[in-house]
Design a protein around this ligand. Structure first.
Ligand code: HEC
Length: 139
């Protein structure tokens, strides 16, 4: 009986751990694969940016793609195969930063699905559609 209970507790711990792990590892993946170019929040000095903050990217993605599924698909595909015709951000931003280099070889599709889901869940959750384009624009 005791052994069974202990096993059950360990079993439950094992089942619960991956969720916590998924959250931190998604952020760690973002840090490792994307943060060299994308900061999270818009800093006060934007002159040093080499890519739009992910917060602004998330806002634009959410303005265009209404469901998490579509948004995740877009981010995943864009990171592997960026094209100007696909971009949801402002044209000024493409002019300023240039097209994002493909991350193919740097990140897998599975990792991207994790990263994209994390971006969707953690950014631009309030005031959707407000402040149109600011974070992606030049100023
Ligand atoms: C080498 C620098 C660099 C890295 C690394 C990088 N990006 Fe980007 N990214 C950019 C630049 C520059 C832009 C703005 C131009 C554009 O939209 O293509 C951009 C734009 C984007 C956009 C907006 C596309 C749009 O609609 O215009 C998404 C989504 C995105 N990046 C996702 C990612 C993800 C996810 C990662 C990590 C796997 C990543 N990026 C890594 C440079 C980078």
């Amino acid at each position: 009986m005791r052994v069974k209970t202990t096993l059950l507790i360990f079993g439950a711990m094992f089942l619960l751990t991956p969720n916590v792990y998924a959250e931190t590892s998604a952020e760690a993946l973002f840090e490792a694969k994307c943060a060299s170019c994308h900061v999270k929040m818009r800093p006060s000095d934007i002159s040093t940016l080499v890519a739009p903050p992910i917060m602004g990217v998330a806002r634009h993605v959410k303005m265009t793609y209404r469901t998490k599924e579509e948004a995740v698909k877009f981010i995943t595909e864009y990171a592997l195969d960026p094209k100007e015709s696909k971009a949801v951000c402002m044209p000024e931003k493409l002019k300023r930063f240039g097209l994002m280099p493909s991350q193919k070889g740097n990140v897998t599709k599975e990792e991207l699905t994790t990263i994209a889901g994390w971006i969707y869940d953690n950014f631009a959750n309030q005031g959707r559609g407000k402040g149109h384009g600011k974070a992606c624009k030049d100023k």
